[in-house]
Design a protein around this ligand. Structure first.
Ligand code: SF4
Length: 425
């Protein structure tokens, strides 16, 4: 059974007056277990929908529609499948001990449904027989899998779960069921770099089209999980890993016509080398995983430059994380030239997680407030929208509204890539 949270306007469900709170029981005789079932079974031309209304009345709707047309029912959030691993580098363990953060930040999810629907990376260690059956029955492809290492012992040490060693068997099973995979390696020095990384890259590449891509992401640590036997990669270790990645990229470019393996932006930033251009990332499918995000942002800004409004004399401040600042400062010069505005770029220090966390999306509301305080006299302040959730709350539960209330002189706006917001002024 799936509970309706909202109904889209001008949708089939709105026409049928199905109210929020109604329970969706079945479609075409199949019980609905969750939002994935709803999405899967509503994709039909003829839908027989059994609903239990909030007043306990049961109704069966017979609907004819285009198979691609959604019913317009937004379900309540599903209960998330929890992770059964104990990675020493787990981001949940990296949360601060004293400040209470938004609740989802404490959830160790490892949910194959979220992997299919939203690209969350999963480890496959918590799959039951019925989950495997469902993956094949509903053809949940592609899935996003945190492989980390194909060496069973190395993966076992990283995930601290005996089932982690079964990665080869699990990948075989997926490929037998025609499920493709976007693979990921979170690179931890001394655990899965060096020869283990070489083997992982080789093993995954040898699986052919079953593995669509491989992203290599350096481990991200905070002040709170950096004492658990994992340390950050050094610049030299990043450079060595980039060489392993480059070798397979060269081979893949010749054999597949695309590079297949991608280092995350952070790998270049930590190595202290230039970020690659947009061609490095092929089709930019993996931006959400920090792979090509900076390059995509630079491309988006440059595309907007000719259309920017004139803003002569305006004083604008851009808040970002310490790793992005040099790149944003370069773009700010170009934006200033096109608009006539005076633009300053400020790197906010992450006081919530500590200085090892340098991305804009993990800055708290208080970090933004501190960074903006000396710039109260500017006309406009922009910061990355990725620092907010859907309810406009920062990680530390400070709302955008509260930030604005604390700095009333300043117009503060969240932004995707700066120029999108300037174009909408
Ligand atoms: S798999 Fe992810 S959520 Fe689970 S322990 Fe490891 S890092 Fe944490």
């Amino acid at each position: 059974m799936v509970r309706v949270a909202r109904v889209r306007r001008n949708s089939i469900a709105a026409d049928l007056e199905i109210p929020p709170g109604a329970a969706l029981v079945s479609i075409n005789g199949r019980d609905l277990r969750d939002s994935l079932d709803l999405r899967f079974y509503e994709a039909d031309a003829e839908v027989v929908l059994a609903v239990s209304l909030p007043d306990a009345q049961s109704i069966v709707y017979e609907i004819e529609k285009h198979p691609d047309e959604s019913l317009g029912l937004i379900p309540e959030l599903d209960k998330v499948r929890r992770c059964t691993n104990a990675c020493p580098f787990c981001f949940v363990k990296g949360n601060p001990k004293t400040t209470r953060l938004r609740q989802p930040l404490y959830v160790k999810d490892d949910d194959y449904r979220l992997s299919f629907m939203f690209g969350h990376y999963v480890t496959l260690t918590n799959l039951r027989d019925e989950d495997w059956e469902r993956i094949f029955e509903q053809s949940l492809t592609p899935l996003y899998v945190s492989v980390h290492a194909t060496d069973p012992d190395a993966r076992l040490r990283m995930l601290v779960n005996p089932r982690a060693a079964l990665i080869d068997e699990h990948l075989d099973r997926l490929s037998e069921g025609s499920i493709q995979v976007h693979a990921q390696v979170v690179l931890c020095p001394g655990m899965n770099d060096g020869q283990i990384l070489e083997r992982t890259v080789r093993d995954l590449y040898s699986r052919g089209e079953d593995i669509i891509s491989l992203s290599i992401v350096p481990v991200g640590l905070t002040d709170f999980n950096s004492d658990r036997g994992v340390r950050a990669l050094s610049a030299e270790e990043c450079i060595e890993s980039l060489a392993v990645i480059d070798a397979i990229r060269e081979r893949a470019s010749v054999e597949l016509g695309r590079a297949w393996c991608y280092a995350a932006d952070e790998m270049f930033l930590q190595a202290g080398v230039d970020l690659p251009g947009p061609d490095y990332f092929d089709d930019h499918q993996l931006v959400a995983n920090g792979v090509g995000a900076v390059s995509a942002l630079i491309s988006a800004v440059r595309a907007d430059l000719p259309n920017l409004p004139a803003l002569p004399g305006q004083r604008i401040v851009l808040v970002t994380g310490t790793s992005m600042r040099p790149h944003l400062a370069g773009l700010a010069v170009e934006i200033a030239r096109c608009t006539g505005a005076s633009i300053e770029t400020v790197a906010a220090r992450n006081a919530l997680y500590g200085p090892m966390v340098t991305t804009a999306g993990l800055l708290a509301g208080a970090d933004h407030a501190r960074a903006l305080e000396p710039h109260r006299d500017c006309d406009l302040a922009l910061f990355s929208r990725t620092a907010l959730n859907d309810q406009d709350l920062f990680l530390d539960d400070l709302s955008l509204q509260e930030l604005r209330r604390d700095l009333p002189e300043l117009r503060i706006l969240p932004s995707e890539h700066v120029t999108d917001t300037l174009l909408a002024l």
